[in-house]
Design a protein around this ligand. Structure first.
Ligand code: ATP
Ligand code: MG
Length: 453
């Protein structure tokens, strides 16, 4: 990227306190440890740390300029400082200004669960025919998304951007910054319901992803999701393409098989059928792959090439990575958890041969739904006839209770910490067992996976 300080000042309506307006900025960073010559540093005021304290250090490291919420002029300072009301807001405005330079299709990906996976699959499928930029990792927030946009370069022909939200108004803001021409909504679940109130409200918020749509835009929706399927007769102004297992879906998967060696299905789309193979298990991954195939077709690409590309898909770390250690299969899904993702992971566990052990830690951010969501997940695990449910954490007691209610014979054990659960598991696990490990990020269930690798 290349922007002059003068352009940046204009884009964010800032005030240049010191420095040369013609200086060129070639990267933007909010991380004081990731500075190189040409970097614009954006200090964010967080709850615990105010990154303004790192300004001297970033200049020492060679930063070209910094934004600042301190408006006091710095006399005779060579170092470029741009004063703004809010550094976060300014970051978004500069990113929005930069994004305006690109007229390539930008595809926004949102949904309660499956955003990162779908983003990866869409980007992989598009990369088989276009030079595609994608959000790296999980940078889907009010700060991550603007930073992502600075990765756009002139040789890019398409971009796939993950868009996450936790509070009302956030999706509208992200859509204003990234202005996606096309969008995928994976599902409407319960993530962040504490802040958003209801699934109807979550749907309404997520639909703001279409705020910058034009006549040529397409909205890709999961037809297997009841809330999204209900939009079929609504939003007449938006062109919609549905993917899913329902016979009426435009991109329909039939004959799905899924197991430890991956998945396969027949895709019915555009009047023909294709055999698709994925190296990852789980019906939810079939849906994510369908979204990728639909986007490629929607952009006028080749389904054949896209499907070939998907045979090389590899999941990101801690997201249903399958490990084998000492003849035990570990499904490492320790990255995060929500009620919907718990269900898809339990389905996946049940599809493997062997004794099934679900190691499930607390799910956070569920607000008033907390108790019910944990109880229902426990009941779901029992219905899947798993051999042992291990619940970890204070909220997880409700998994155990829910499982026992559903089936009084269901073996369950509750532990306060990952360490206690590991001690128990060491004596319990035997060759041939399959263990799913999952919980909210703060529960750090990756500790359990590491202990057994
Ligand atoms: P985050 O909110 O952390 O960004 P995300 O929406 O990006 O989450 P992923 O990281 O792609 O979601 O997936 C998280 C987990 O959700 C996966 O490991 C899997 O268990 C489950 N999952 C993935 N895709 C789907 C889907 N389409 N439907 C239901 N569950 C899914
Ligand atoms: Mg994600």
């Amino acid at each position: 990227m290349k922007l002059t300080i003068a352009e940046i000042v204009r884009a964010c309506n800032g005030k240049l306190l010191s420095g040369d307006p013609q200086t060129e900025i070639t990267s933007v960073s909010t991380d004081s440890r990731k500075i190189s010559p040409g970097t614009l540093f954006v200090p964010i005021r967080g709850e615990r740390v105010d990154a303004h304290m790192y300004i001297p250090a970033v200049f020492a490291a060679g930063a070209a300029a910094t934004l600042t919420q301190n408006h006091t002029a710095v006399a005779d300072d060579e170092q470029a400082r741009i004063a703004v009301e809010s550094t976060e807001r300014a970051l978004q405005e500069i990113a929005s200004y930069y994004r305006e330079r690109f007229s390539i299709p930008i595809i926004g990906i949102t949904g309660s669960v499956g955003k990162t996976t779908t983003k990866e699959m869409v980007a992989l499928a598009l990369s088989s025919q276009w030079n595609t930029m994608k959000t790296s990792g999980n940078q889907n927030s009010q700060i991550g998304l603007p930073l992502t946009l600075f990765q756009l370069e002139h040789e890019h022909e398409a971009a796939v951007i993950e868009m996450g939200m936790s509070y009302p108004g956030e999706m509208a803001n992200l859509a204003k910054i990234a202005r996606p021409m096309h969008a995928v909504i994976t599902n409407i679940g319960l993530s962040h319901i504490e802040n958003l109130g209801s699934q109807e409200r979550i749907l309404a918020e997520k639909l703001h992803i279409t705020d910058a749509f034009t006549q040529d835009s397409i909205l890709y929706l999961n037809g297997d999701d009841v809330h999204l399927a209900a939009l079929r007769e609504q939003l007449p102004q938006v062109r919609k393409i549905y993917f899913g297992t329902q016979p009426w879906c435009d991109f329909c998967a039939r004959n799905i098989t899924t197991g430890e060696n991956g998945s396969s299905f027949t895709l019915y789309a555009c009047g023909t059928c294709y055999d698709v193979k994925l190296p990852v298990p789980g019906t939810h991954n079939v849906l994510n792959a369908l979204a990728a195939l639909a986007v490629v077709k929607g952009l006028g690409g080749s389904l054949h090439k896209a499907q070939e590309a998907l045979t090389h898909y590899q999941p990101p770390a801690m997201r249903q990575q399958i490990h084998r250690a000492n003849q035990i299969t570990i499904i490492d899904d320790s990255y995060n958890a929500s009620p919907d993702a718990m269900k898809s992971s339990l389905d996946l566990l049940a599809s493997f041969p062997g004794r099934h052990i679900a190691v499930l830690a607390d799910m956070l951010e569920l607000g008033a739904m907390e108790q019910q969501a944990h109880t229902e997940t426990g009941a779901y695990a029992a219905a899947k006839k798993i051999d042992l449910l291990i619940a970890i954490g204070p909220r997880a007691k409700a998994y155990a209770a829910g499982a026992k209610q559903a089936n009084p014979e269901q073996p369950v054990a509750h532990f306060e910490s990952n360490q206690e659960a590991c001690i128990f598991l060491r004596s319990f696990l035997t060759a041939g067992d399959v263990m799913l490990v999952k919980g909210s990020r703060a529960m750090k269930t990756d500790e359990i996976v590491k202990a057994f690798l």
